[in-house]
Unconditional design. Structure first.
Length: 248
């Protein structure tokens, strides 16, 4: 099914029957990606006396409990409530779900022992008004990202100035294939989070950050329609399933 959308005074066709999933699923085993010093998620049948919620063990249905952390176990979308004393829920912050999006691939620079995406790199790909959402695929882009154990790896991150520039270009939704837009161990500064949300001076409560995505190498850089769907959790973050659609 094709539909027409408008972007930058141009009309595009979108084939909604051809989705490009850029999310990572949550698994109940050690093949799950892991960050923030957690163990892998657990998906286990409910046990209540003699009852075991598993058809293979005699139950009429499969009936599992799932134990996971949205920030450390898969693709998730977070609101500014992730860094505030006050409670803000992503379920209240994200109210629309389709956005014009730009996908870019960037190899972080090696700077003083870190790997950093800097302002000058973002400026090559993004101008004011280009898109409502920016998707960053870091290079090299190995399939091992789908199962990577990120804890204690000092993963790449976004510089404060780069995050500010993305915000100033009008991007409301930032997506990246890392556990965080910030450095793993940054003494709690969270400079990129704060710059993107413009916190606390002029906080953008309707802006979101999505982390731990995975963009296949088969998906080319360029402009897309993004469908950003979240699970209905009353929490600062929720598991999410970002889907891209090519613009024709």
């Amino acid at each position: 099914m094709k539909t027409s959308i408008q972007h930058k005074n141009k009309s595009f066709l979108v084939d909604l029957s051809q989705p490009l999933d850029i999310s990572l699923s949550v698994r109940g085993d050690d093949k799950n990606p892991i960050a923030w010093y957690l163990e892998h998620p657990r998906i286990k049948p409910v046990v209540d006396g003699d009852f075991v919620g598993k058809v293979a063990e005699g139950a009429s249905t499969n009936f599992n409990n799932i134990y996971f952390n949205p920030h450390g176990h898969g693709t998730h979308t977070e609101c500014v409530g992730h860094i505030t004393k006050e409670f803000y829920s992503i379920n209240d912050s994200l109210k629309t779900f389709f956005f014009t999006a730009k996908l870019v691939s960037i190899e972080p620079l090696k700077i003083e022992g870190d790997q950093v995406i800097i302002l000058e790199q973002i400026e090559k790909y993004l101008e004011r008004g280009d898109a409502e959402a920016l998707i960053i695929r870091t290079l090299p882009n190995y399939i091992e990202k789908r199962t990577r154990k990120y804890s204690h790896t000092n993963w790449p991150y976004l510089s404060e100035n780069a995050a500010k520039y993305i915000r100033d270009c009008g991007v409301k939704h930032l997506l990246i294939d890392l556990p965080s837009v910030d450095k793993e161990k940054d003494e709690g500064k969270l400079l990129a989070h704060k710059a993107f949300w413009d916190y606390p001076k002029n906080t953008r409560f309707d802006a979101s950050i999505t982390e731990l995505i995975y963009v296949s190498n088969k998906i080319e850089d360029g402009n897309y329609l993004l469908n950003l769907q979240i699970a209905s959790f009353e929490n600062d973050a929720a598991p999410s399933k970002p889907i891209l659609y090519r613009l024709e």
